[in-house]
Every structure is written in C-alpha cells, then in structure tokens.
Design a protein around this ligand. Structure first.
Ligand code: ACO
Length: 454
C-alpha cells in the first residue's frame, strides 16, 4: 500500500474547564504565572463520571459514526495511554464492546504504555501493519487518551484530559514520511507513576524539562541526518525544511522554547564559519563555543534564540497550540491535538495546507521520544473532506462549562477519594456532559465497570 497515513481524526475533550487566571488567584501565585508563564488559558478536567475507558469509548464511537465506518472494516485497533485503572485488562478489550455486537472480533492490536509516548507507539504499529505482509486490506484505528491530573502544587495547572482516535490506512491525506523517523530513548526518573492507588504522578519538574529538551536535541539531529541520507539532493535540513512543527505540549511555553531550541540546533549544525557569520551576524561570536548540554537552563541563550525564532514560531508552531492552550496537557493525545489545532487553524481554507510538510516531536517521560514528519496531500478534495469532519471542534470548545477553582478542587478530591472504590456510583453530573458521551455508571463489588451513553 502507498501513501499510508492518517485518513480521519476524532477528538474529545472534557465538557468542564477551569480558567487558569482564576486558578492563579485561588492558588495564591503571582498573577500571570499560569497564563503567561506557562502559556495556558483553560484546563479541561473530568469528574468521577469519566475514566480512561469512557473517554476512549466516546472517541471511538464518535469516529465510527462521523466517518460511517463498518466495525468489520477495522482490522487493527490499538490504544496508547498512561491512565491505568487495571493492571491486566486493556482499554482495547473494553472498546471491543463497540465491535462485538457486529460480530467484529478479528482485530489485532492492544494497549501500549509509556507516559505521553504510547499514542505514537500505537500509531507506528498501525502504520507498520498497513505496510506489512500481515496487512489484510482493512483499516486501523489508533486511540490515544489520558486524564492528566497532578497533586496540588506547581504541576497542577499543567493538567488536562482528552482522547483522540486516528483512522489509519493507504492513500491518506496525511502521509507519514518513510525512513526518516528518529527515536531517542533512555532511562530517566523524570515523571512516573509508581503508586498504583493514585492517579497522580511523581514528577521532578526541572528534570522533566531537561529530559524533554535533550530528547528533542537528539531526535532533531538524527532526523536531519536521516533525511539527508535518504534525500541527498537536500544539502541542509533545518527549520526551513518544515512548513509547520508540532510538539508534545506539557504547556505551551515549553513548546515555544522547543522551537527556539531547534533554531539553536540549526546554529550549531551550521559548521561553516562563514555561513554562520552571515546567517547569525549579531551573536555568532558570542555563542561560537557553546554546547547543547550546557544550555538547558541558560537564560541568555534561551532569550537570544527565542527572539531569533519568534517569527518562525508564530508562523509554524503557534497555530498548533490552540487546543493545548484551551484544554491543557492531554498526555498521549497532546501531540495529536497539535495536529488537530493546525488543521482547524485554517478555518477550512485547504490552500493553506495542501502539500505542506509537518514535523512532529512526540515525547513521553521515562523516556521515549521520536521525531517524524507528515506530508499533507496535494489532493484538494481529500483534504477538504478531512477538514470538514473537524468543523465541530471550535464550536464545541465554546460549549464547555466553566467551573470555579473551588469546585474544581472539590471534584478532584472526589476522584482522589474514590479512584479504586467498589460498589461505587459516581456523583459527577451527567447533564453537564456533552450529548453522546459515555460515562461511568457503576463499579461493582468485583471492580467491574459499567458505562452508559448520554
Ligand atoms: N507572570 C509571568 N510569568 C511568570 C510569573 C508571572 N507573574 N511568575 C512566574 N512566571 C514564569 C516563570 O518565569 C517561568 O517561566 P520561565 O521558565 O520561562 O522563566 C514559568 O512562569 C513557570 O514558573 P516556574 O517558577 O518555573 O514554575 P514551577 O517551577 O512552579 O512549575 C513546572 C513549572 C516545573 C513546569 C511544573 O508546572 C511541573 O512540574 N509540571 C509538570 C511536569 C511537566 O509538564 N514537564 C514537562 C515535560 S514532561 C510531561 O509532559 C509531563
């Protein structure tokens, strides 16, 4: 099969949000710390009515309906998540409830976990399946979903929640470029969830940022090398090579710093002194001898390259931060919410996207990361159809309900107190959910969960 990639995308986000400037006041932090310092405006969250299973049930059922897909036409279904409510039973097995009634049980794929990276691993599995000898001509469905919640404190405003389903197959409008994926994985304790009774991670904030930026450095360098190897006609692969760059987004400010980081990499990859002097006339001397690993928290270097790349950021990356700014870190879906944001940013004007080349950086703590790229089709009709299917996203965001920080805190406390209770009927208001949302009805004495649809 040719042009294997993403044929369709469906997104769900919570119907409730808390305003970040109200949260600043409530938390007693300096005004602007969350909104300007982190770049976050609103944070979506779920009551105890929703869990990872319900989010994924909603997104899959919405996608099947919107794209009019026969359950038997899905040959592979997999889930990437780090929201674990059962140490053995997969979310995929729960999703089978949407397929069994149609006699559709021949579906490969299962759950994949490593922090925010599981969705990308699942997507690669699906792409590889379509390109492999096991492929049977049907479509693959990749689901990423998470509920990102933190204990009270500095990390709490970087939460969020959501799920994204990606329909994968040949002749796609969004094609994953072959042979240029670059991966960087290593052992790190930057963010992890060893306490299985709690939804909260243990997080070393500063280390997590350093790990994220060093993973980006490594992936970018290797991506450039691989691209050149396979496209020797391209002498230099730098920021100019991409029309857009999307990133896993723990919070929007980190992504602006990441784009600056790539421009710093470009500076260091420009080894010819004359060329460096011409391209970076104002600061090439000052930073001639800097090393990437010494600069993760170097304010001067950060500022110079933030300023230098500001226009590029506004053009190539800012449009992809819309949902992250409005919903927060969704964990596994985060980078794909960047893709959705980019697609909806053109308000249906396909000409702004046709034939464009999009760089993608996916990161999951612990750590696993990959940079890859997507080529957007030149086929107007194909792209238009994809964009039309996403036209619900912006209006639905406006239909959310704002919750006060006080009530948000109380609702979070209910989650904390009850996350593993049995004989439990959740208390979260069903009427506040969007129509069509699956919700948790009951957890029985054997921890079996039942769901209903609003
Ligand atoms: N107005 C404007 N900006 C402000 C203000 C203000 N009044 N006050 C602070 N700021 C800025 C700070 O200068 C800082 O920005 P800078 O780094 O560009 O200088 C920013 O706001 C955040 O302030 P910090 O003091 O650095 O924040 P803190 O250390 O309290 O927490 C952190 C930030 C570490 C990101 C925390 O939210 C966290 O741990 N989050 C979860 C971990 C995370 O997301 N890691 C990223 C990769 S891993 C992953 O995806 C989970």
């Amino acid at each position: 099969p040719q042009n294997v990639g993403i044929l369709g995308i469906e997104l769900v986000f919570p119907s409730l949000f808390v305003d970040q400037s109200e949260l600043e006041k409530y938390d007693g932090v300096a005004e602007g710390k969350y909104v300007i310092g982190l770049g976050q405006s609103r944070m979506g969250f779920c009551t105890d009515r929703e869990d990872i299973n319900s989010l994924c049930l909603t997104v899959v059922s919405n996608l099947m309906k919107r794209y009019n897909i026969e359950p038997k036409n899905i040959g592979r279904l997999e889930v990437g998540t780090e929201t674990i409510i059962d140490k053995s039973k997969s979310v995929k097995s729960v999703l089978m409830q949407l397929f069994e009634p149609y006699g559709a049980c021949d579906l490969e794929g299962i759950d994949t976990t490593n922090a925010c990276y599981g969705g990308t691993a699942a997507l690669f599995n699906a792409i590889n399946w379509v390109e492999s000898s096991s492929y049977d001509g049907r479509l693959a469905l990749v689901v990423c979903g998470d509920i990102a919640v933190y204990a009270k404190g500095s990390a709490r405003p970087t939460g969020g929640a959501g799920a994204i389903a990606l329909l994968v197959g040949p002749d796609a409008p969004l094609v994953l470029d072959r042979k240029v994926r670059s991966t960087y994985m290593k052992h790190a304790y930057d963010f992890y969830k060893p306490d299985l009774t709690s939804e909260f991670p243990i997080v070393d904030g500063k280390l997590s940022i350093q790990c994220y930026l060093s993973a980006l450095d490594n992936c970018y360098k290797l991506y450039c090398e691989k691209y050149q190897r396979h496209h020797p006609e391209n002498k230099v692969v730098g920021l100019n090579h991409f029309d857009a760059l999307i990133f896993h987004t723990p919070y929007c400010k980190l992504v602006q710093k990441s784009l600056a980081r790539i421009s710093l990499n470009d500076f260091l990859l420009t080894t010819d002194p004359q060329q460096r002097k011409e391209t970076y006339p104002s600061f090439h001397e000052k930073y001639d001898t800097i090393k990437l690993e010494d600069t993760y928290f170097d304010r001067d270097v950060e500022k110079i390259f933030m300023d230098y790349s500001k226009e590029t950021f506004n053009q190539k990356t800012k449009p992809s931060l819309f949902l992250a700014n409005q919903v927060g870190n969704m964990y596994t879906p985060s980078v794909y919410s960047g893709l959705v944001s980019l697609l909806v940013s053109v308000d249906g004007d396909v000409n702004k996207l046709l034939g464009r080349h999009v760089g993608v950086f996916s990161y999951g703590s612990g750590l696993a990361s990959t940079m890859y790229s997507i080529s957007i089709t030149n086929d107007t009709e194909k792209l238009q159809a994809l964009l039309d299917k996403l036209s619900y996203v912006k209006p639905l965001l406006e239909q959310r309900t704002k919750i006060s920080p006080q009530e948000f805190t109380e609702l979070m406390e209910i989650r904390v107190q009850n996350s593993h209770r049995t004989k439990y009927e959740p208390s979260g208001a069903i009427e506040r959910l969007f129509p069509g949302t699956y919700y948790l009805k009951y957890v029985d004495e054997m921890h079996r969960r039942t769901y209903e649809k609003r």
